[in-house]
Design a protein around this ligand. Structure first.
Ligand SMILES: NC(=O)c1ccc[n+]([C@@H]2O[C@H](COP(=O)([O-])OP(=O)(O)OC[C@H]3O[C@@H](n4cnc5c(N)ncnc54)[C@H](O)[C@@H]3O)[C@@H](O)[C@H]2O)c1
Length: 278
């Protein structure tokens, strides 16, 4: 049994906590309730998780005693529209907050930190196989730009203090989790199209849906995070276009014209077509 600290009790953090509890681990979930309501964690608390209030901008020292075996850093201001409306909060959380978590984890002697990064670090206009050796690319918003800073700042702290660092670059995550957000700006394209298609509504396709995206079911993402070892990897079961997602949601054959492929060494139990065709 491991002692697990999940910073960010949101969509992915809550699913990770659910799996960790099922595996018999001791789980602490912490959040500042920026995007998630504490009451959304009631079911996990009843299942044995300890739920704490903590803000990564201000320090997490109290959560590191007794020392966790692993810290999952999933607390972030993750929404692009919100990063445009509130750049300061986004930077304070994703930039300074992320660096402070790395410092605190290092000083406390925690052996492993797992960071939820994003496939967006590669930018767009790619080709061929895109993997951890592909360089960072140009960024379009602060929520995603901050992932590059976060990865590098945590790597500095990991070298300085000698803890193991796992960086997992997640694709767009979909599927059911104990915490889901109602706000439009917090929903990603897969679940949005799933919902709109079920309601018989039109699916909005910017620039014909040509954007290439990596996608992963939340249960696969949470399992991969939970079991992560040191190093940097992509977490994407499939690479598709937004038009593919729309076609699958409408029950049509996807055009399948993704411009590149995100490589990933993990095995995945969930497929997009099964999820969208239900
Ligand atoms: N969901 C996706 O499709 C996706 C894709 C790629 C990367 N990611 C990354 O994975 C991580 C988790 O994403 P998610 O979908 O669970 O997001 P989420 O918004 O559901 O969860 C993030 C949590 O962090 C909390 N938080 C915000 N500011 C905080 C602060 N200052 N201190 C403490 N907690 C704070 C929020 O209240 C929220 O509960 C994020 O870093 C996100 O960028 C997510």
């Amino acid at each position: 049994m491991a002692r697990v600290l999940v910073l960010g009790a949101g969509y992915i953090g809550a699913k990770l906590a659910e799996l960790a509890l099922a595996d018999g681990h001791e789980v602490v979930l912490a959040d500042n309730w920026f995007a998630t309501e504490r009451s959304q964690l009631d079911r996990l608390a009843a299942a044995g998780a300890r739920v704490e209030t903590a803000d990564i901008r201000e320090g997490i020292g109290g959560l590191l005693e007794p020392q966790p075996d692993v810290v999952y850093l999933l607390a972030a201001q993750a929404s692009r529209p919100l990063s445009e409306r509130d750049p300061d909060y986004t930077e304070e959380t994703n930039v300074s907050g992320t660096r402070r978590v790395g410092e605190a984890v290092g000083r406390a002697g925690v052996p492993r930190l797992v960071f939820g990064s994003s496939l967006h670090v590669y930018g767009g206009a790619l080709g061929g196989e895109v993997g951890p050796e592909t360089p960072y690319g140009a960024q379009g918003d602060l929520a995603h730009l901050s992932k590059i800073y976060g990865e590098q700042a945590l790597a500095i702290e990991a070298r300085r203090h000698g803890f193991e660092l796992a960086i997992l670059r997640l694709g767009i995550v979909y599927g059911q989790s104990p915490v889901e957000h109602d706000a439009e700006e917090s929903q990603t394209v897969v679940d949005k199209f799933h919902r709109l298609a079920a309601a018989g509504e039109k699916l909005p396709l910017d620039d014909g849906g040509r954007s290439t995206i990596g996608v992963v079911h939340v249960e696969d993402a949470a399992r991969i995070l939970l079991e992560a070892g040191p190093g940097t990897e992509n977490v994407a079961a499939e690479t598709v276009t937004v038009a593919d997602v729309a076609a699958l949601a409408r029950g049509e054959e996807p055009p399948g014209s993704a411009a590149w492929t995100f490589s990933s060494p993990f095995s995945y139990r969930h497929r997009l077509a099964d999820y969208l065709r239900r």
